[in-house]
Design a protein around this ligand. Structure first.
Ligand code: HEC
Ligand code: HEC
Length: 364
């Protein structure tokens, strides 16, 4: 026994030497994705603890708000953001905000109003927004690293970052790796199966499909241009429009805590106009992808439209609905709002949109 202990003691420097000299397993993208996954679901990252990204962006609802709330509630009771939570599916395909020199039209950018260009930069939003995860500053956020279950993986992936800024950058980089991963771009809807010849549309779905890309002009914005050789489609060109929505009077943001919205009911959401500081762009919001749209209700930037049927009806027949638009000046008239479709035709459009939910496996 003593002999064994002696040998063990003699071996110790050798072990230490080996640990230093032998190459470590290199850090892969997959390691960062896994770390990002841990962070995404970690409820310790809010102040107080309890709200993870996944609370508002749940895998149950294509990474959109799972509670069908028009507006998500933040970590503090009664604290509401001002817009409907977005699905994070296919988010890595959204190009940066840019202005077309010829037409003067904007496209791209993250959030409904394009105010961020990068999944890493974007995160300063939810992590510090008092109506979301409510961290007072970077120090408070990176403080959690010491106690996190993912601490080891974090230090391995990012080489034990020393400064608070380096630690913060590492955290957002890991989260962005997760959002860029395969999980968020599966292309597994019935429509994708149809493209491969593995799904046959019902006659109604087929009518909806033909209307969508034909007479109903939906693809003018919810584009069906393939983005790769496999023919994958994102159902958005990320252009900005004022679709002429009325104000959503029951928006919980109007009555949230005065520290979050000091202007109460008089607050107006200018959308892109506030971001590019141009009144001509007021009331314009980014065209959402329609992938998974059947499971991401309620709809539109303010979440004021409850069902997919109503959302489609609005896009088709807005002008005949006699609504009061919030912004009257620059309403998009050319392609939406003034169509003469029958009720069965609108129903067919909805049936087609229901084919865009990922995770389709077999004919129901
Ligand atoms: C309180 C609910 C809430 C929490 C928590 C939250 N988000 Fe969000 N998220 C939203 C809302 C609402 C929007 C849309 C905001 C807007 O357009 O102004 C959004 C938008 C986004 C977008 C832009 C999507 C697009 O299509 O442009 C990304 C990316 C995102 N969130 C990622 C995250 C990540 C990562 C976390 C965790 C660090 C997180 N969010 C935490 C509610 C939340
Ligand atoms: C001129 C561009 C344009 C055209 C054409 C267009 N849309 Fe949209 N669509 C948008 C924009 C922009 C929004 C978001 C507006 C907002 O929230 O303020 C939107 C939102 C939607 C939504 C809500 C999605 C969500 O996640 O909240 C649905 C559903 C929808 N459109 C369906 C259609 C259908 C069906 C057609 C064809 C009948 C169509 N759209 C034609 C630009 C367009």
């Amino acid at each position: 026994m003593q002999q064994l202990i002696k040998i063990g003691i003699w071996m110790l420097p050798l072990w230490l030497l080996a640990a230093c000299v032998l190459p470590r397993k290199p850090v892969t993208q997959a390691d960062k994705v896994e770390l990002g996954r841990e962070l995404f679901f970690d409820k310790m990252l809010s102040e107080p603890d309890g709200q993870a990204c996944s609370v508002c962006h749940s895998p149950r609802a294509a990474f959109a708000d799972p509670f069908n709330a028009p507006i998500s509630e933040g970590m503090i009771d009664g604290a509401f953001v001002n817009r409907n939570g977005q699905s994070l599916m296919y988010v890595s395909f959204i190009p940066p905000l840019s202005k077309n020199a010829e037409t003067g039209e904007f496209s791209g950018g993250l959030f409904w109003d394009g105010r961020s260009n990068d999944l890493r930069h974007q995160l300063s939003g939810p992590l510090f927004n008092p109506a979301e995860m409510n961290n007072p500053d970077t120090s408070a956020l990176v403080y959690e690293i010491k106690f996190a279950e993912w601490r080891k993986a974090f230090n391995r992936c990012y080489n034990k970052p020393k400064t608070e800024l380096a630690q913060y950058n590492a955290m957002v980089d890991a989260l962005a790796h997760f959002e860029e991963s395969e999980l968020f771009r599966p292309f597994t809807s019935a429509y994708d199966a149809f493209l491969k010849g593995d799904y046959r549309m019902t006659p109604e779905e087929r009518i909806g499909y033909e209307l969508f890309r034909g007479q109903a002009n939906c693809t003018k914005c919810h584009s069906m241009d393939p983005i790769d050789a496999e023919g994958h489609v994102l159902f958005s060109n990320y252009s900005y429009h004022n679709v002429g929505l009325p104000r959503f009077e029951d928006n919980p943001f109007y009555t949230t805590l005065p520290t979050i919205n000091p202007n109460g009911r008089s607050v107006v959401d200018l959308g892109l106009g506030a971001v590019v500081n141009d009144p001509l762009q007021n009331g314009k919001f980014r065209t959402p992808s329609l992938r998974n749209v059947a499971v991401t209700g309620p709809y539109f930037h303010h979440g004021g439209v409850a069902t997919l049927e109503e959302a489609v009806h609005f896009m088709v027949a807005r002008d005949a609905m006699g609504l009061q638009p919030e912004f009257k000046e620059n309403i998009e008239h050319k392609w939406i709002g003034g169509m003469q479709l029958t009720a069965p035709q609108e129903k067919a459009l909805v049936a087609f949109l229901q084919l865009l939910t990922d995770g389709f496996t077999e004919v129901p």
